[in-house]
Design a protein around this ligand. Sequence first.
Ligand code: HEC
Ligand code: HEC
Length: 298
Amino acid sequence: MSKKDHSQLHQHEHAPDIDKVSGVETTGHEWDGLKELNNPLPRWWLWVFLACCIWAAWFVFQRPMWPTHRGVENYTQFKELAESQAQIRARQNAYLERFSDASLDEIMADAELYNFALAGGNAVFKENCATCHGTGAEGNIGGYPNLNDDDWLWGGKVTDIYQTIHSGIRDTAHTMETRISAMPAFGVDNILPREDIQTLTDFVSKLHEGEDLTAHAGYKIFQENCATCHGADGKGGREVGAPNLADEIWLFGGSREQIFRSIYNPRMGMMPAWRYRLDENTLKQLAVYVHQLGGGEK
Ligand code: HEC
Ligand code: HEC
């Protein structure tokens, strides 16, 4: 510290250094001949500043600011998540109550319930059904039907679809109230000679062409052995889940080898009864969802 500085400080301690122009006391500090006026802080500023200090102190205490301190409300992000989930559930419950009271027809007629069903059904489908039917419900060769088309084994009304999902198909391991039917194994069980099955294979593979096949050697054999389930025209029978053989949609493949195999030793597709795994509301959501995929019937 220079001698001059020292003398100034000294002077300040004893007598205030007054600025000649403004008549205001200075802080006594000097930079290249400039001195700072010692004006009091504006009142409003001071109060805001004090309020901020108090707020900051409270905030540090209120929030989880350091690892061992969770704030006065015991804040955690898990808790925040749980709270917003509870809010969502409460909102859903408002729907669910109305939803569980509504019949399938009522749901179809109410835009709000309908959209609620679609959103839920879509998610549940991906989780439970996509393994067999595909994520887009497009089905898989090997007996897993496409659910987007209007070709139905057991019916395409929303109530039919509900019934299929609810009770399953050939799920006799869980319930006898499942959809049941069995095509006889015409080859393996020696019901028809091999030549007849070959004739039928040719007949069936021509059905979709839509030509008159009454003169075909297979026509009579078909009427005698197959028409009870698949219909006289081969267009299928929903009471027994017998597929339409006169279109080009196949559960097990439409090549001659595959058709032969389907007649010789049919494989009966099995679908689980979902009522043992999903609740009633979810079953309804799924029925509505599958119904709107493309092939739903009135
Ligand atoms: C383990 C495989 C499997 C799973 C999982 C599965 N399904 Fe199926 N599903 C099948 C099979 C096989 C059939 C055809 C049965 C037959 O041959 O009649 C079928 C048929 C259906 C049908 C009838 C189609 C028609 O043409 O009448 C509907 C509707 C259906 N499934 C919906 C669902 C829904 C919804 C789910 C999910 C909750 C689901 N499935 C899960 C195997 C499955
Ligand atoms: C008792 C009823 C019943 C009788 C009788 C019957 N079927 Fe079937 N058939 C079915 C059912 C049900 C299926 C579907 C199996 C499944 O869903 O897994 C089927 C499936 C088929 C398939 C496979 C279709 C596909 O999409 O892959 C062919 C082909 C077929 N039947 C031909 C015949 C012929 C030919 C006869 C007569 C010799 C016959 N069926 C008699 C019920 C029957």
